[in-house]
Design a protein around this ligand. Structure first.
Ligand code: ADP
Ligand code: MG
Length: 626
C-alpha cells in the first residue's frame, strides 16, 4: 500500500471544485445565478466548442466592488451571508462562496466589471488559486462579464470526458432552459459558436417566453394555473391531454425562482393525469411556487437543486386540488372496475404494458420463433381452406367444426417432420381466433368486436394496436432484408425543434435513414422530413419524430440507438386514432395479424386483443353463483 500523504493545497482545491463544477453546464449555472443575484435585467451566455474553449456570461447587474475583487475568487468568500444562522433562510441563489474559486481552479478566468458608482471599469485575470494576476482599467458598461476558458485543461481525465459528449450538450441546453424559465422577468440570450440559440425578453408575456424556450408544440398545449394558499402561492402552466412526454425532462419546478427537482411534487401532479394521458407518459408542466424561506431547507444539497419543504404534504394536496380543478370539466372519465376477483393466473390477454419489460418481450420473441415457424405453416394451410369473408355471413358450428377438422388434418401432415411437441402443446393457446369469428361491429371507432361462438367468447380487438403490430413486423422484415420501401413526402414536411432536440436528431440522422426515415437540416433548428416507410399512410410526420425524440432510450444512449427501438416508435406514430373500419378491412386486419410473429401485443406491449368469455359475463350478471 502507498504511504498516507497530505494532499497539496492545489489538489484539495481541485477536488472540492469537482463537487460543484462537473461540466460546462455547472459553470453556466453558477455564473448565471450570480448574475441573477446581482440584480441583472439582461444576461447573455456565450459558449464556444461546447464550453471547452469558452464560457462567457455578461450581465448588466451591480458589478463587483473594486476592493472585493481581490478576494472574490478565493474559497469561501461571499457577500451573501456571514454566519451559519443565515444559511437556512438565505433566498439568494448562491451563498456558499465556492463557485468563483472553483471555476478559477479548473479553467482560466478573466473578468470585466463596473459598478454604477465606478467612473471606469476593471479588467482582471485570475490564476488557478484565485489570485488576481493582472489588473487594468477598461472602459465598459455597468455590470459584469466573466470569461472561463480552457476548461479542465489541467485535469486530463475530465477533459477527455468532455469530448464530443452529446450528453453534455443536452445538460447544457437543459440548464439554460431552466435558467431562462426560472426568471422570465430577466431577458436572457444564449449564443453558441456565434449563433443565437435562445432569446427571451422580459417585456414579453410569459407564454411568449415559454414559446421561445420550449417551442410551439409545448406552448400551444398549456393551461395557465394560479392560486394563493395560506402558506404559499402557486402559478404556472400544466399540459392538456394532448401534451405528454415519455420522461420527466419537461417538468419544471421553481421555488422562489430557483429550479429544483422534487419527485414527490412531480408524482402529485402526475397522479391527476392518470387516465387523461396514456399509461407510462408524463405530463409537461411549469410550476412556480412562492413560499416563505422558513418552510425551506435549501442547504441539504451542494448543487442546491433539491430542497426540503417542512410543509410538503400541504403543498402536494394543494397542487393536486388545483390541477384537478383545472382539468375537470374538460374530462369526464369513468373507470370501470371489474368485480371479478377470480383467479390470479395471468393469461396472455391480461398483459398490461407496465407489467412488461423490454427483456420479457425479447425473450418471448425468441421462445416463440420456433413455434411461429410452425404456426405459419399452419396459418398458410388454414388460409387456403377458409374464406373468412364468407364465414361472417354464414356462421354455424357444424361447418366450422368440419373446417377445423380439415385444417388439423392438413397441419398434422405438414408437421410430421417437425418436432411436434412444442407446437402441439402450446398451439391451442396461441392460435388467434382459431375458430373463426363473427364480426359484431366497431366500438368508439377504435375497437372491433368479434364473437367466437365455439368457445363462447367475445373478443375485443384494438384496431390501432393491431395495426401497429402489423406495421412493425413488416418494417422489421424489410429492415432485415435491407429493403424498406419508402415514399417521398412531395414537398417535404418542415417543423421546428428546440435546439436540444435538433442536436439529438442530427446525431441519429443516419440511423433514421436505415429505417426509411430521411431528414435534413433546414435552417437553425428546423428540419425537413423527406421520406418515410411506404406503408405509413395517413401519418403525421411530426408525431413520428416526437415519438422518437421523447423516448427514454434517446436520452440515455443516443450514440448506440437500437434500430428496433426506432422502428417501434415509428410504428406507434404510423397509426391514426379514431378511424372508421369497413368489414373487409376488419378481415384484412385479422388476416394480417394472424401472420404476425407475435399477434397478441403491439410493439410496446399493450394487448391487441382482449377476450371475455360468456362465463365471465354470466358471472358478472350473477347468472352464475360463485
Ligand atoms: P456565492 O454566490 O455563493 O456568494 P460565488 O463564488 O459564486 O459565491 O461569488 C462570490 C461573490 O462574488 C458573490 O457573493 C458576489 O458578491 C460576487 N459576485 C459574483 N458574481 C457576480 C456578478 N455577476 N455581479 C456582481 N457580483 C458578483
Ligand atoms: Mg454564486
Amino acid at each position: 500500500m502507498n504511504k498516507i500523504k497530505l494532499l497539496s493545497e492545489d489538489t484539495i482545491t481541485k477536488i472540492a471544485a469537482g463537487e460543484i463544477i462537473e461540466n460546462p453546464a455547472s459553470i453556466i449555472k453558477e455564473l448565471v445565478e450570480n448574475s441573477i443575484d446581482a440584480n441583472s435585467k439582461k444576461i447573455i451566455i456565450e459558449i464556444k466548442n461546447n464550453g471547452k474553449d469558452l464560457i462567457k456570461v455578461t450581465d448588466d447587474g451591480d458589478g463587483f466592488e473594486r476592493s472585493d475583487l481581490s478576494i472574490a475568487f478565493k474559497r469561501h468568500t461571499t457577500s451573501k451571508i456571514s454566519s451559519i444562522e443565515e444559511l437556512d433562510t438565505a433566498l439568494s441563489l448562491g451563498f456558499r462562496g465556492e463557485a468563483l474559486s472553483s471555476i478559477a481552479s479548473v479553467s482560466d478566468v478573466k473578468i470585466i466589471t463596473k459598478t454604477k458608482d465606478d467612473l471606469i471599469g476593471t479588467y482582471a485575470e485570475v490564476d488557478n488559486n484565485g489570485n488576481i494576476i493582472n489588473r487594468e482599467e477598461i472602459v465598459t458598461n455597468k455590470g459584469t462579464t466573466i470569461f472561463s476558458e480552457n476548461l479542465f485543461r489541467d485535469i486530463p481525465v475530465r477533459e477527455k470526458y468532455l469530448d464530443g459528449k452529446n450528453y453534455e450538450i443536452q445538460k447544457t441546453n437543459d440548464i439554460i432552459n431552466r435558467l431562462a424559465l426560472s426568471h422570465l422577468d430577466i431577458s436572457m440570450e444564449y449564443i453558441k459558436d456565434g449563433r443565437t440559440q435562445l432569446k427571451t425578453d422580459r417585456d414579453n408575456s410569459l407564454i411568449n417566453n415559454i414559446y421561445a424556450v420550449l417551442g410551439r408544440d409545448v406552448s400551444e398545449n398549456l393551461i395557465f394555473i394560479e392560486k394563493e394558499f395560506s402558506e404559499f402561492k402557486i402559478k404556472g402552466f400544466i399540459s392538456n391531454n394532448l401534451l405528454y412526454r415519455s420522461n420527466r425532462n419537461s417538468q419544471y419546478i421553481f421555488v422562489n425562482n430557483r429550479s429544483i427537482s422534487d419527485k414527490e411534487i412531480s408524482k402529485a401532479v402526475e397522479k391527476e393525469y392518470y387516465s387523461v394521458i396514456p399509461l407510462n407518459r408524463y405530463p409537461v408542466f411549469l410550476l412556480y411556487i412562492e413560499i416563505d424561506g422558513k418552510y425551506l431547507d435549501i442547504n441539504i444539497h451542494p448543487k442546491k437543486d433539491i430542497i426540503k419543504f417542512t410543509n410538503i404534504d400541504e403543498i402536494k394536496t394543494s397542487i393536486s386540488e388545483l390541477i384537478k380543478e383545472e382539468l375537470s370539466g374538460k374530462y369526464k372519465i369513468h373507470s370501470f372496475e371489474s368485480k371479478n376477483t377470480g383467479s390470479d393466473k395471468k393469461t396472455i390477454f391480461d398483459i398490461k404494458s407496465k407489467d412488461i419489460k423490454k427483456n420479457d418481450i425479447e425473450n418471448y420473441f425468441k421462445e416463440e420463433s420456433r413455434y411461429n415457424r410452425d404456426k405459419n405453416i399452419y396459418i398458410d394451410k388454414k388460409r387456403q381452406l377458409i374464406n373468412f369473408q364468407d364465414l361472417t355471413e354464414d356462421y354455424n358450428k357444424d361447418s366450422l367444426d368440419k373446417l377445423n377438422d380439415d385444417i388439423d388434418r392438413e397441419v398434422d401432415l405438414k408437421l410430421d417432420d417437425l418436432d411436434n411437441e412444442t407446437f402441439l402443446d402450446e398451439s391451442e393457446e396461441y392460435k388467434i381466433l382459431k375458430n373463426g369469428y363473427r364480426y359484431i361491429g366497431q366500438l368508439f371507432l377504435q375497437y372491433v368486436l368479434l364473437e367466437d361462438n365455439v368457445e363462447k367468447a367475445l373478443y375485443i380487438l384494438d384496431q390501432h394496436a393491431a395495426h401497429e403490430r402489423i406495421n412493425y413486423e413488416r418494417l422489421v422484415y424489410d429492415y432485415n432484408n435491407s429493403n424498406i420501401p419508402t415514399q417521398n413526402l412531395l414537398q417535404g414536411y418542415i417543423f421546428e425543434l428546440t435546439r436540444a432536440e435538433y442536436e439529438q436528431l442530427m446525431t441519429i440522422k443516419d440511423r433514421l435513414l436505415d429505417v426509411g426515415i430521411e431528414i435534413e437540416e433546414f435552417g437553425d433548428s428546423s428540419i425537413i422530413i423527406r421520406t418515410i416507410p411506404a406503408y405509413f399512410t395517413d401519418i403525421n410526420p411530426e408525431r413520428l419524430i416526437r415519438e422518437i425524440l421523447d423516448s427514454e432510450e434517446i436520452k440515455e444512449n443516443i450514440n448506440d440507438i437500437d434500430p428496433y427501438m426506432l422502428m417501434k416508435k415509428a410504428c406507434k406514430a404510423s397509426i391514426k386514432s379514431g378511424d372508421f373500419i369497413s368489414i373487409s378491412d376488419v378481415h384484412k386486419l385479422i388476416n394480417m395479424l394472424r401472420e404476425c410473429e407475435m399477434p397478441y401485443t403491439c410493439p410496446h406491449g399493450r394487448p391487441t386483443l382482449i377476450k371475455i368469455t360468456k362465463y365471465e359475463l354470466d358471472r358478472e350478471f350473477f347468472r352464475i353463483q360463485q
